[in-house]
Design a protein around this ligand. Structure first.
Ligand SMILES: [Zn+2]
Length: 152
């Protein structure tokens, strides 16, 4: 018996990962680098919950534990599949950036934004939605995020 490099469960497969983990890797390694995929998965695996054939991982942005879609990830709906896990480059503009596991909803909201910009936008919107910031201050703050300054 060997220990799976991702979930730590004992297995007798010829691969370094157990069958359920290997299934997740095989589903993603056509588009993504396998070593980075392994790093992202082993860093976020919820080993306590990952027993039997079930594999759980924590979303990088929210810490919420969830599962990958057993079938396909093409055309995931932001609401129906909000809590399905996806895996993508942290910075989509940089194909060498690390991979992160995230909830489909968060991944869709983040889209192609760099991670720091995404966080700043969400925080600014949160303040605005909670009415913690005046319209003019919000507008200035929001435009600043995109390098546009309000003309006086
Ligand atoms: Zn495993």
């Amino acid at each position: 018996m060997k220990k799976c490099d991702i979930c730590g469960n004992e297995h007798s497969e010829s691969t370094i990962s157990c069958a359920p983990c290997q299934k997740i890797i095989s589903k993603h390694d056509k588009k993504l680098t396998t070593s980075k995929l392994r790093d992202a998965l082993s860093a976020t695996c919820d080993k306590e919950k990952s027993k039997g054939d079930e594999r759980y991982f924590k979303c990088f942005y929210t810490g919420i534990t969830s599962e990958f879609n057993p079938t396909t990830e093409a055309g995931l709906d932001p609401l129906i599949h909000a809590l399905v896990l996806t895996i993508d480059h942290e910075n989509p503009e940089d194909p060498n950036s690390r991979l992160v596991v995230s909830l489909n909803l968060i991944n869709q909201m983040k889209s192609k934004l760099p991670p720091d910009k995404f966080k700043q936008i969400v925080i600014a919107l949160g303040k605005y939605f909670n009415k913690e910031i005046e319209q003019e201050d919000f507008e200035n703050k929001f435009k600043q995020l995109f390098g546009v300054y309000q003309k006086k």
